[in-house]
Design a protein around this ligand. Structure first.
Ligand code: NDP
Length: 412
């Protein structure tokens, strides 16, 4: 049916590429282009021989002219941006110049400030609309599947959703004292930032890791989780009418947090350049270089992830609670595509989002967050392509069994 240009060849891209090759009726041809071409060639060598034709290319995705030249040569139906959030705008510029659909899994973040928000990408709305092309933002798991879950809950189960708690649990164990499950730089920037949640039309800011809860996750058990700022809150706050509160919690073990605190205390998580032996270096980028590569965690990681949303609201005048979640097994993912579940749960929805646009199931020129499309075909595809979802109409609520004293005074 069509051709995709995939930019980036890291953990997430590798899963998406495996999945595109499985879904070869839609992805007849793919071009894998990244900064380090040898990684693209190695993946091509592994996957060649199937029905999907694979080519590779070298590209610096910070360079719009290089991107335009590549897109003009490959002539894809869609560009899948699976590089880093820093490259979102340059890739969007190149898509505009060549009138090609665009997809990503994380919103734009300037390299020199750890602040991610949608405003930069939403500024492209009119230009994409005029060009007659679609930009699908946030087609990973969170954002991505959690946003589609929200659209699905609203469409099928509620007249009004008042509260959403997004719960991201990774109970995987890779055996290292400290490692991050995806790009360490992006991961550490995210978790060392202040937390925040949306309540009654405004953001409430917290200190990093200030709000802690314990939740008993289906198929996993009780885990500590912490409130973080997360990008899907920003768009869901606008796209779920009448919403009163949206929070995002992620699980972290004690060892991870102790290491992080120590690294922070000694200045290793800073993104301010410092001079070292006559050279400017950024401590966080140096830290990334000494930490295990997330791609190397695949063969070592055991256990499961459980990511989902608890919705509370009204249906036919009655209070209703609904929990939608996916459980994914690290070892099963590794067996299937050679990556652990964190990359898997992001790479599969990236492939599905691209399929939605390429097949015309989602066809709206402009820049859209994923919850702005009909969730049904995406939900069906999740079941088919490796991320089946489960429902619970009587789940435990986040605040039910937690120690209230852990919550600081000002956040109450
Ligand atoms: P990795 O670091 O494993 O991979 C990033 C890839 O991008 C690498 O192949 C890297 O090349 C390439 N790259 C970086 N800079 C450039 C550039 N200037 N030009 C071309 N290629 C470049 O990251 P992940 O796969 O873990 O993450 C990919 C994306 O997915 C990130 O944006 C991340 O935020 C997002 N993500 C989203 C999630 C969600 O649920 N929505 C969850 C997890 C991640 P090289 O090999 O040379 O370093």
């Amino acid at each position: 049916m069509g051709k995709a240009l995939i930019i980036g060849c890291g953990g997430v891209a590798s899963v998406a590429i495996h999945k595109c090759c499985q879904n070869n009726d839609v992805f007849e041809e793919i071009c894998i282009a990244s900064r380090t071409k040898s990684k693209c060639d190695a993946l091509k060598a592994k996957l060649d021989g199937g029905k999907t034709k694979i080519t590779t290319a070298q590209v610096d995705a910070n360079n719009v002219d290089e991107l335009i030249a590549l897109i003009e040569e490959v002539k894809p139906d869609i560009v899948m941006n699976l590089a880093l959030p820093y490259q979102d705008l340059t890739i969007m510029d190149a898509c505009l110049a060549t009138k090609t659909h665009y997809l990503d899994t994380a919103n734009y973040e300037p390299e020199d400030t750890a602040k991610f928000e949608y405003k930069w990408q939403w500024d492209y709305r009119e230009r994409f609309e005029k060009a007659g092309i679609t930009a699908l933002l946030g087609s990973g798991f969170d954002p991505g599947v959690t946003s589609v879950f929200s659209a699905y809950a609203l469409k099928h189960h509620f007249d009004e959703i008042e509260y959403i708690d997004i719960l991201d649990c990774n109970a995987g164990d890779h055996g290292y004292p400290f490692a991050t499950n995806f790009n360490p730089e992006i991961n550490i920037r995210e978790v060392s930032a202040k937390g925040s949640y949306w309540e009654n039309g405004k953001w409430i800011e917290t200190e990093p890791m200030e709000i802690k809860r314990v939740y008993n996750f289906p198929e996993i058990g009780a885990k500590d989780m912490y409130l973080l700022h997360h990008e899907e809150i920003e768009s869901l706050a606008l796209n779920i009418p009448g919403i009163k509160r949206i929070r995002f919690f992620m699980t972290f073990g004690e060892s991870y947090l102790t290491h992080l605190k120590c690294l922070e205390n000694v200045g290793m998580t800073s993104i301010e350049p410092i001079e070292f032996e006559g050279k400017q270096i950024i401590p966080l980028q140096f830290l990334k270089a000494v930490l295990p590569d997330p791609a190397s965690l695949g063969p070592r990681t055991k256990g499961k992830t459980n990511i989902g949303c608890i919705f509370q609201g009204k249906k036919d005048g009655k209070e209703k609670t609904y929990y939608l979640y996916n459980v994914c097994d690290h070892e099963a993912c590794y067996q299937e595509v050679g990556s652990q579940a964190v990359s898997y749960t992001t790479g599969v929805p990236a492939m599905i989002g691209a399929m939605m646009v390429m097949t015309g199931k989602w066809n709206k020129p402009g820049v859209y967050n994923i919850e702005e499309f009909d969730p049904d075909p995406f939900m069906e595809a999740l079941n088919k392509w490796g991320l089946p979802w489960k429902e619970d109409f009587n789940p435990e609520l986040v605040d039910e069994q937690t120690a209230q004293q852990l919550e600081p005074e000002h956040a109450r």
